[in-house]
Design a protein around this ligand. Structure first.
Ligand SMILES: [Zn+2]
Length: 482
């Protein structure tokens, strides 16, 4: 029967999270009774069990292999839960750098969020927010995570997969997966522009049948990097000159290191700024820097050359940037720049500084990452006149601080995504990791771009499934002799 495929023959995609949304990425793919889970994240704007993917909607014990694309919380933070507290029995893979960073990041995540602690008042344990997982879960799960090198292929029980550079952040990879002759490429989060330290995402040598792609920026266009850098340094310089303070909220790692490289270089060139302090305030500042120093070997030529050419032996040993763990060592006297975590100002150091600096017109907060719906970062973009204190819900603070959004989020824009899709040349595209509106626009733009192929055997199909909505795609002619 031509168009009727048995269940075993059809490819199945089932999103447990990160479908028509950004956050809690977790997708299941099934083919010929093999089951792969792609990523296991949390939603940064939600708390407790609600921030997890919909694990109850799928029998996780069926999963053979779980592949983690990168260390960002929305792609990796439910891993300790899956490995230690669910009936998941599969193998877990990530790159070496992702694993090294994941360890510190998760421990910090447990400390600063509600994950391991009570959210209830007066120290009373709140059932919902408490003990999703513990420090012990992280350490026990850590030992069982296996690593994969870039460009190396693993084969486990008939599933082959290879990791390729994805850009985005240190250690991020795309997975090219082959099951029973069917080829699938999962991009994770990716960027096609080389920055100061990372490779751009690569086009794998083989063509996949199915591409599972992020769609964060939809049909949006990003400004050229040189222009973004110029804007960033101009805003910072002008704010400091008039005596203001600059807050740069960032994820602990990734974006932060790129911004620090930009700032250190700018300070070197501008003597008038050299008496103004730049701080990198993160619990993880020191540990993360050590990881970055260790992994210069997988970074791009720009950084590798600078790390071996005599003058500066370590590119992350900054001349003008001081790392501090928290605000106890920070004296808030006069102009300064603070690069602080977390990136979406949910709590912690960046939120404390925002609340302190918000009432002053001459101060400036610059958002350089992607701001998820429901977080303070997203709220600020609406330029509210008052903001809520994170620690005291009864306290409102006037917001006069300037707000700028200059995106260094390292995701592809429409042109880059579309060029990449052309090069990869899949026949089916499944869009994930994007809010409904930008994702819907991306789908329409791709369909109209390939409209002339409709009805031919070159037709390209584009899907944008919702969470927990099963997508079945039949494939013929993929018979592989056993
Ligand atoms: Zn990411």
């Amino acid at each position: 029967v031509e168009n009727n495929f048995s269940d075993e023959e059809s490819f199945k995609f089932f999103g447990l999270g990160g479908c028509n949304e950004v956050g809690r990425s977790c997708h299941i793919i099934e083919y010929k009774n093999k089951v792969i889970m792609l990523d296991a994240g949390m939603h940064p704007a939600l708390s407790g069990h609600a921030s997890f993917p919909y694990f109850d909607e799928y029998d996780i014990s069926k999963v053979d292999i779980l592949l983690i694309s990168h260390f960002h919380v929305d792609h990796s933070a439910s891993l300790p839960y899956i490995m230690q507290q669910s009936n998941f029995r599969g193998k877990v893979f990530m790159t070496h750098a992702t694993k090294a960073i994941y360890r510190w990041l998760m421990q910090d995540f447990v400390r600063v969020t509600s994950i391991g602690n009570s959210r209830g008042e007066g120290g009373k344990m709140n059932e919902e927010g408490s003990n999703l997982y513990t420090d012990e879960d992280i350490m026990k799960s850590f030992d069982r995570i296996e690593t994969i090198d870039y460009h190396s292929t693993m084969e486990i029980d008939g599933i082959r997969f290879t990791a390729y550079h994805a850009g985005h952040v240190l250690g991020a990879c795309m997975y090219f997966i082959e099951i029973g002759g069917l080829k699938v490429l999962f991009t994770g989060d990716y960027s096609r522009e080389e920055n100061r330290h990372l490779h751009a995402a690569e086009v794998p040598p083989l063509k996949p049948d199915i591409l599972i792609s992020e769609s964060t920026f939809g049909t949006g266009t990003l400004e050229p990097r040189a222009e973004l850098e110029r804007k960033l340094t101009t805003h910072i310089h002008a704010t400091l000159t008039k005596g203001g303070r600059v807050l740069l909220p960032v994820f602990a790692l990734g974006n932060a290191q790129e911004l620090l490289l930009i700032l250190d270089e700018y300070w070197e060139k501008n003597e008038d700024l050299q008496n103004v302090n730049v701080y990198y305030a993160s619990n993880l500042a020191k540990k993360c820097m050590a990881v970055y120093e260790t992994y210069t070997g997988i970074m791009n030529d720009k950084i590798r050359l600078s790390s071996t050419s005599g003058k500066k032996s370590n590119p992350f040993d900054f001349k003008f940037i001081k790392s501090i763990k928290d605000l106890s060592k920070f004296q808030d006297l006069g102009p300064s720049v603070v690069v602080a975590t977390p990136g979406m100002l949910q709590a912690g150091v960046s939120r404390q500084l925002l609340e302190k600096w918000a009432p002053e017109t001459k101060n400036l907060v610059i958002l350089t990452g992607y701001s998820v719906e429901g977080t303070m970062a997203k709220e600020l973009l609406k330029e509210p006149t008052m903001i809520q204190s994170a620690t005291n819900p009864d306290l409102s603070i006037p917001r006069r601080i300037g707000i700028e959004e200059i995106s260094f989020a390292a995701h592809v824009d429409f042109q880059q995504n579309s060029e990449f899709i052309d090069k990869v040349s899949p026949s089916k595209i499944i869009l994930v990791h994007g809010d409904s509106v930008p994702m819907g626009r991306l789908k329409s733009a791709l369909l109209s771009k390939y409209a002339s192929r409709k009805g031919t055997d070159q037709e390209i199909k584009v899907y944008n499934p919702k969470n927990c909505e099963e997508l079945k795609i039949g494939f013929k002619g993929l018979k592989v002799a056993k």
